[in-house]
Design a binder for this molecule. Structure first.
Ligand code: HEC
Length: 130
């Protein structure tokens, strides 16, 4: 083999390697796009359970059986919930931890992680329109 042939062979190998690397990167990117972050998904599904067990008695389907206009719909949250328009999840966390008027505080009932999970769930549902 001449040195020129050898050189060409080397270039081909490198190109193949690059192609394989690109394919792998593409595969990873596609997987990431197809399956949303498993962490967020897990948070929302356990958030759903926490909501079911602690909130749905008063907020079934994102409504409010006690103060009918103060629902968990996006429009109501943005109108009635303090600081919702600045930091939605933080505002929901605050309401859940401290309660307000007829809504009990959950600070001593739910862990910080559970409050975060249920707040993320409420936020997601409100964005989807329940
Ligand atoms: C005993 C009934 C009751 C339970 C249980 C309850 N809430 Fe509430 N919730 C209320 C009432 C009443 C309000 C309206 C409070 C006010 O502003 O006067 C409210 C308001 C809210 C708001 C603000 C809505 C708005 O439009 O202003 C959020 C967010 C909220 N609740 C989330 C939750 C979550 C999450 C849970 C479960 C961890 C929960 N609530 C459990 C009664 C309840």
């Amino acid at each position: 083999m001449t040195s020129k042939q050898k050189y060409l062979l080397d270039v081909c190998r490198e190109e193949n390697l690059l192609r394989i690397i690109l394919l792998i990167l593409l595969a990873i990117a596609t997987l990431k796009l197809t399956f949303p972050s498993p962490v967020l998904a897990a948070e929302i599904s356990s958030g759903a359970k926490i909501f079911q067990n602690n909130c749905s008695a008063c907020h079934i389907g994102g409504g409010n059986i006690l103060v009918s206009q103060k629902t968990l719909q996006k429009e109501a949250l943005s109108k009635y919930l303090t600081n919702y328009n600045d930091d939605a999840i933080q505002a929901i966390i605050h309401q859940v931890e401290n309660g307000k008027n007829a809504m009990p505080a959950f600070k001593n009932k739910l862990s910080e992680q559970e409050v975060l999970e249920v707040a993320a769930y409420v936020f997601q549902k409100s964005e989807q329109g329940w």
